[in-house]
Design a protein around this ligand. Structure first.
Ligand code: HEM
Length: 398
């Protein structure tokens, strides 16, 4: 990386606990900073809103790292060859295969089933006074939905939740990473073999068919696709629901406002996406040629990380960005990214969150934290911004 414009910030363990104060400090100095990521890798961190939006749509920023040609039979290839890591034309080919299943119209058809899953979970937690809202509600809801949609047995969720947590973590050893990544690949491969033997009315069976009927999907692309949908489908919405509820609990005025007027829920979901940032960073991008972004001169092949949570709290785009304001116009937030990799699951995530927040508001008249705010722990990941647990006391609505 170019020494002349390099101010290095080392992102350490405290970054996971509070990325916002690091971002605000960097943002006040420049929109793009040279940093050392928690794993020790140097990268350019984009924190300014305008620069982040432009970077996400810039074709010179590519997903494939320079010189990255993993052995096609390796675990890396099996987890890596998905749309989020692909550039055109592969990206479009892969996205087109599943696009239809995730449109707003198709997803809307899932409303009754998502509502019934939500009701079941609310019934369960209603019998308790103190609960970990993350483990007992925010996590099981999206994972059940994505498992049913894909045709993955919900009963296996604890296994792949553990493997997936390792894969997105920044603090595990290479040995642990490899062990869990291998377990995940084996699990998905076996599942696909089951679908081949006994196809069902689910997305995995449809993908197996697409793979077997033509040459549009290679076997490791198929495994990667399933991996991406499973991980993206449950590592993210859980944090919108849990961190969103935390934001409401800590902002009783806004919580009351939503209680008083439930029709605000659609706008509230958008503001909670902007404010709570379930995904902290977009995934790595690499420059295909030297580029200048926000005054930083970035050489060819260098890694660029767009801090979505920083852009969503850039005061030049959102006034008083650290204030939760359910009435504000949050449109243009970058929580789902921007450009060709814009989140495929955005309609599903929005619907799940709307049903989850509405259900919680209807069922419980009050919700309070049972631990101090300072003792809440955030997961050690630069990608995911999510709580380890959300201990709350619930009081039923009258
Ligand atoms: C609140 C919940 C969610 C958030 C905040 C979120 C956020 C994001 C972001 C920021 C990206 C782009 C990353 C980048 O450009 O590097 C993305 C891509 C993606 N998301 Fe989501 N996501 C959510 C839920 C979901 C769900 C429920 C699914 C369902 C399967 C999903 C599937 C995907 C896929 C497949 C991509 C890759 C799209 C592509 O490369 O074209 N996401 N998501």
């Amino acid at each position: 990386m170019t020494e002349a414009n390099t101010i290095v910030e080392h992102l350490g363990a405290d970054y996971f606990q509070d990325p916002y104060s690091v971002h605000a400090r960097l943002q006040a100095e420049r929109p793009v900073s040279a940093v050392i990521m928690p794993g020790g890798m140097p990268a350019w961190l984009v924190t300014g809103y305008a620069e982040a939006r432009a970077a996400l749509a810039d074709p010179r920023l590519r997903k494939s790292p320079p010189g990255w040609h993993p052995d096609p039979d390796s675990v890396y290839a099996a987890l890596d060859m998905h749309m989020l890591n692909s550039d055109p034309p592969d990206h479009e080919r892969l996205r087109r295969l599943v696009n239809k299943a995730f449109t707003t119209r198709r997803v809307e058809e899932l409303r009754p089933r998502i509502t019934s899953i939500t009701t079941g979970l609310l019934d369960d937690i209603s019998t308790q006074r103190d609960v970990d809202l993350l483990a007992s509600f925010a996590f099981p809801l999206p994972i059940t939905v994505i498992c049913e949609l894909l045709g993955v047995p919900v009963a296996d969720r604890d296994d792949f939740r553990a493997w997936s947590a390792t894969i997105v973590s920044n603090t595990v050893t290479p040995e642990v990473f490899m062990a869990d990544a291998t377990a995940m690949v084996r699990y998905i491969t076996a599942l696909l073999a089951d679908k081949r033997r006994e196809p069902a009315d689910d997305l995995l069976s449809a993908l197996v068919l697409a793979r077997d009927e033509g040459d549009r999907l290679r076997e490791n692309e198929l495994v990667s696709m399933v991996f991406l949908l499973l991980v993206a489908g449950h590592e993210t919405t859980v944090n919108l629901i849990a961190s969103g509820m935390l934001a409401l609990v800590l902002n009783p005025g806004e919580f009351g406002r939503l209680r008083a007027d439930r029709s605000l829920v659609g706008g509230a979901v958008e503001e909670l996406l902007r404010y709570a940032n379930p995904v902290n960073h977009a995934t790595y991008r690499f420059t295909s040629e030297p580029v200048e972004i926000g005054g930083a001169h970035i050489g060819q092949g260098e890694p660029v990380v767009v801090a979505l949570s920083a852009a969503n709290r850039d005061p030049s785009r959102f006034a008083e960005p650290g204030r939760l304001d359910l009435g504000r116009d949050s449109s243009g937030h970058l929580a789902f990214g921007h450009g060709i990799h814009y989140c495929l699951g955005a309609p599903l995530a929005r619907l799940e969150a709307e049903i989850a927040f509405s259900g919680l508001l209807e069922r419980f008249g009050s919700m309070t934290l049972t631990v101090s705010t300072d003792s809440l722990r955030w997961r050690p990941s630069t990608l995911i911004h999510g709580l380890e647990a959300l201990p709350v006391r619930l009081v039923a609505a009258d």
